[in-house]
Design a protein around this ligand. Sequence first.
Ligand SMILES: *Cc1c(COP(=O)(O)O)cnc(C)c1O
Length: 369
Amino acid sequence: MIPEALELFPGGVNSPLRAYRPVGGDPPTLVRGAGGHVWDVEGREYVDWVGAFGPLVAGHAHPDVVAAVTEALACGGPFGATTEAEVRLGRMVRERMPAVERLRFCTSGTEAAMSAVRVARAATGRPLLLRFDNAYHGHADMLMGGEGLLIAPYGDLDAVAALPLDQVAAVIVEPVAGNAGVVVPPDGFHAGLRRLCDEHGALLVFDEVITGFRVAPGGAQQLYGVRPDLTVLGKIVGGGLPVAAYGGRKDLMDLVAPVGPVYQAGTLAGHPAGMAAGEATLRLLDEAAYRRLEQLGSALEEGLQEVGRVARVGSMLTLFMPDETAFAALHRRLREAGVLIPPSQWEAWFVSLAHTEDDVERTLEAARG
Ligand SMILES: *Cc1c(COP(=O)(O)O)cnc(C)c1O
């Protein structure tokens, strides 16, 4: 850790996990990334499975993304006015996710989730929100805990049905849980949520900040064939820049200002550089790209099963070790071998299009040791 960082920022970081508290040791100071690899300040190279915690499905510094962002920045802005780039990326989102009939770009997943539930409360006139345990929907007060928030065990429809759903504005769910390690939803979970929401007049909100454009072209809602009322996007939609979005049914999104009473705004929303990065990234995600992500993901999963239990959906996976100490030891060992994985057992590893079979092999060799 750069000593001055400890002076400047709480824990030396601008986001808590970067402090490496769960695994201990000094977090690396990274200076460069290219494809599936990163380099630290001492020039050591690592295979990078952290992928900035989700956005980098194209890997670091993909030439198309760099070119698009460079061109956008050279054109000035942001302009405080709607641009063609926003329309293009908005159209690409809607083509891939038909349930997102209308959307609003913003700058973080936190903001998008907060805004989506604000819309749900306005639409239903109900106070309560329901989320699942160990889920993460950003750090807005209304989704962190406290009054107005019900919490059910992930995957447990009976527990959901036992709650006062008639007073619930929205059920918000990560369709593949990614912040408790990867947790694959039980069969029929989302269809069951859809049914319960319809029966009780609650809205179903999919937080696809991780899964959106990662697990399938149309995200988890395509993979599981369930249409949410509202969708929260982030990470990949901005191709590594600070872009997020929320969207869904037109009638709901028309509650947002200036059409409706739900005020939500953003100085940097729809930033040209972010729109360019998102567009360039989504363009890379054709059918062949998803086959490639699946191929690399399954090779990694297969090898890692020799070491522990693996949960995976496509290019997001977690290797569960028996306990935190074992995970910390694994993390240290991989790092020494030039492989970076998330500094917590409860985060997903992210495979990118830039990773290679070699990266998988190097990782498995180190993990077996
Ligand atoms: C990362 C994440 C968020 C928050 O996004 P930020 O851009 O970090 O605010 C919300 N929901 C899920 C599922 C996430 O993984």
